[in-house]
Design a protein around this ligand. Structure first.
Ligand code: CO
Length: 160
């Protein structure tokens, strides 16, 4: 178990396309465990492997419910037409927030740490997190697609 360094958005690695995981090795299990520790330490909702400098298609998400989702090679297979405009931030872009447009509900297919594929449907925050984290695997940051970024004054009001 280890706390990994989270890269910030000036690092070129965040713009690279991550490679799929071909088999679950002890290194992938360790990566998942370390990402969990790192996410907890940073008090975040989600983390993608490229954010810790590992260009592999691995994502973890933990929403308020306390349930931790581990997603290896995640692919969004369905998006609702209905969209949400909500606040979004990123551990790699500290101190900034923006409003993004995301589907209200998405379905994602991914592999768990036992190598089993599963399909997860996420709504609201979970849908946003799935979109945000899978974007990281393609080198896309939410700031690329934000409808607008919050001003300094608005961020102060958030108390962040
Ligand atoms: Co992020």
């Amino acid at each position: 178990m280890a706390i990994l360094k989270i890269l910030t958005d000036d690092e070129p690695q965040l713009r690279k396309i991550s490679r799929p995981v071909e088999s679950i090795t002890p290194r992938i299990i360790t990566l998942l465990d370390d990402m969990k520790d790192t996410l907890h330490k940073a008090n975040g909702v989600g983390l993608a492997a490229p954010q810790v400098g590992v260009l592999r298609r691995v994502v973890i998400i933990e929403t308020e419910s306390g349930k931790l989702y581990e997603m290896i090679n995640p692919v969004i297979i369905e998006k609702s037409k209905e969209v949400q405009h909500e606040l979004e931030g990123c551990l790699s872009i500290p101190g900034r927030w923006g409003i993004t447009e995301r589907p209200t509900t998405v379905k994602v297919k991914a592999m768990d740490r036992n190598g089993k594929y599963y399909v997860l449907e996420g709504t609201d925050l979970l849908a946003r997190a799935i979109c945000h984290e899978t974007d990281h695997l393609d080198g896309v940051l939410y700031t690329d697609k934000a409808l607008r970024m919050l001003t300094k004054e608005e961020i102060e009001e958030l108390g962040e």
